[in-house]
Design a binder for this molecule. Structure first.
Ligand SMILES: [Mg+2]
Length: 408
């Protein structure tokens, strides 16, 4: 069996999905997602110019050897552009494998460990009252877990994932007017003074049964993050996400030594080497890589297995930058993983998105139920894809009030 061709498509409904289709000599094809948010043309170019010409003639069933060929063979290893491109190839090869076996992927991983996988929604508000309305709506819709972000009084601009105006419920952060980013102004002191009390009010209002998550989005230094984690302990968060940048994995020790608030990290990681110390030293509670940026199902499954040895549960990234193809890869991993925690899930199910990526994966009452179709269980309509083109976008950058660059 041989790979005979592969094509890359960039575009989608209000999104620049990078979709890879690998075609074989036996008529079976596989699909993968290489979408690298706001840098979408780069993995597409890497696929077209270097990777696809090497794939032609290879046996698509040898997905492990092909992954090793891509990763070890590159010499300059890793990085988000390369790993997103490898991720798309790996997903497509698993899709082919599942179709050849006539089985959904979760069966090839070891079968189902659960019927449905809990997801979390994103509630947001320009202020706390606005956020409360947004949370109430998700509770009404049956969500069991909700990430909460709100505007901070006195903060010069709206902060991460928060709308500028009340009631706008703006959730999508990418600005498609061009590649020059908007600037958000950040003030750690105002955040530290306000947010723990706001989280406590949310817990009081919605009671003990709703899982509350909060994303600090890398804004705090390790010592500040330890103080914050300790202050919010009575709220019993499901998790505190990205409290501090984790390039320095040892920095997490300080937070861990001072607090029992669960910590979730990893959405910007690209490999097991970005998180092995965090996992082995049990410095986090949830690992957040995505099938795309981690380089596909093959390496992500290894990370999940390592995490399982150390009481670390999964909480895969699921921002709108992931197409229904990589979300499907994660639905299958979530159905199987014995150490599943939660899945980030932003509703992508617009009629346009469903027409482009037909599937029978379904969401109900805050749970995702995986499709039993062979492979990934998602298709791609090329005629629909022809309606879309690439639209350059950007996410904000962050500065302190004196102009100093800070972490987005
Ligand atoms: Mg996040």
């Amino acid at each position: 069996m041989k790979i005979t061709d592969a094509k890359v498509f960039v575009g989608g409904p209000k999104k620049n999905y990078v979709t890879l289709k690998i075609i074989t000599d036996q008529g079976v094809y596989g699909l993968g997602d290489a979408t690298l948010n706001n840098r979408e043309t780069l993995p597409a170019k890497y696929l077209q110019d270097f990777l696809i010409p090497n794939l032609i003639g290879m046996d698509p069933r040898n997905s492990e050897d092909i992954w090793q060929f891509l990763y070890r063979g590159a010499y300059f290893r890793g990085g988000p552009i390369a790993m997103a491109a490898y991720g798309a190839i790996d997903m497509a090869l698993w899709d082919i494998k599942g179709k050849l076996a006539n089985m959904p992927l979760y069966q090839l991983f070891g079968g189902k460990s659960r019927d449905g996988a809990m997801v979390y929604a994103h509630a947001t508000g320009a202020d706390l009252e606005d956020l409360m309305d947004s949370i109430a709506q998700y509770v009404e819709e049956g969500y069991k877990a909700i990430r909460v972000q709100c505007g901070i009084p006195g903060m010069p601009t709206a902060s991460y994932a928060v709308p500028e105006k009340k009631g706008s419920a703006q959730n999508y952060i990418t600005d498609y007017t061009g590649i020059r980013p908007k600037v958000e102004i950040w003030d750690t002191d105002k955040y530290m003074r306000y947010m723990p009390g706001a989280l406590a009010e949310i817990r009081d209002r919605f009671g003990p049964d709703v899982h509350i998550l909060h994303d600090v989005h890398h804004r705090l230094l390790p010592r500040e993050a330890a103080e914050f984690a300790k202050a919010v302990e009575p709220v019993r968060l499901f998790w505190m996400e990205d409290p501090t940048p984790a390039e320095n994995q040892d920095a997490l020790r300080l937070i861990r030594q001072h607090s029992t608030t669960p910590i979730a990290i990893g959405e910007v990681f690209n490999s097991i080497w970005d998180c092995n110390k965090l996992i082995e030293n049990e410095l986090i509670d949830f690992i957040r890589l995505a099938a795309t940026y981690a380089g596909g199902i093959t390496p992500l499954k290894r990370i999940v297995d390592l995490a399982g040895l150390h009481n670390v549960r999964t909480g895969f990234h699921g921002a709108p930058s992931h197409s229904p193809i990589s979300m499907a890869a994660q639905h299958h991993l979530n159905a199987w993983a014995p150490n599943f925690g939660v899945q980030e899930y932003l509703v992508l199910g617009t009629p346009e998105c469903d027409a482009l990526f037909p599937s029978e994966h379904r969401m109900e009452n805050g749970m995702v139920y995986v499709s039993d179709a062979p492979g990934l269980g998602v298709d791609f309509d090329e005629a629909e894809a022809a309606r879309y083109t690439y639209a350059p976008g950007s996410h904000p950058v962050v500065r302190l009030e004196d102009g100093t660059m800070w972490n987005y």
